[in-house]
Ligand binder design. Structure first.
Ligand SMILES: O=c1ccn([C@H]2C[C@H](O)[C@@H](COP(=O)(O)OP(=O)(O)OP(=O)(O)O)O2)c(=O)[nH]1
Ligand SMILES: [Mg+2]
Length: 148
């Protein structure tokens, strides 16, 4: 399924590649850092990294901000709130909340592909308060109740 997402490029995002699918079958569009200067992330540090983009996602959809496995595997660089949620009614700049879980400092450079954007349908719930829930075999067992 392809959905239409309107975007604007903010002044600090000009000249950078738009989010793009790296291969024909890629699920996520790689999005780049719209930093004016390199940003060094110390071990354990996190930052809201600008993308220079705003977007209008159609109602009924969201965009998820997911880590890139290569950065996570090689450097421990990931998305603190993964998967980040971009709401359809959000009109501010999309930012990527990076966290350095590795042992070494990481330099985030302008134009570096820092995360991937995955549009997804949204399922909403209508809550209904009842006196008691139906019985199930699991009941309240959880958190490892079925064994290792
Ligand atoms: O990785 C992210 C996550 C969120 N946002 C923006 C878009 C999203 O629509 C808005 C709110 O995100 P969320 O609901 O996750 O954050 P919150 O802490 O609940 O903030 P709010 O009270 O504004 O909803 O922040 C980003 O730019 N990047
Ligand atoms: Mg919220």
């Amino acid at each position: 399924m392809i959905i239409d997402i309107a975007i604007t490029v903010l002044p600090h995002g000009e000249g950078l590649p738009l989010p793009a699918y790296a291969t024909e079958g890629a699920a996520g569009m790689d999005v780049v850092a719209a930093l004016d200067a390199p940003l060094e992330l110390a071990p354990g540090a996190r930052a809201a990294v600008p993308t220079g983009l705003t977007m209008a996602i159609p109602p009924g959809f969201e965009v998820q901000v997911r880590p890139r496995s290569g950065l996570a595997h090689k450097h421990g660089l990931t998305v603190a709130n993964a998967p980040g949620t971009i709401d359809s009614d959000y009109r501010g700049e999309v930012k990527v909340l990076l966290v350095n879980l590795g042992a070494d400092p990481i330099s985030i450079e302008r134009g570096m592909r820092i995360a991937q954007l995955v549009p997804a349908p949204v399922t909403r719930a209508a809550l209904r308060v009842v006196a008691a829930l139906d019985d199930t075999a699991r009941g309240s067992g959880g958190f490892g109740s079925t064994g290792a």
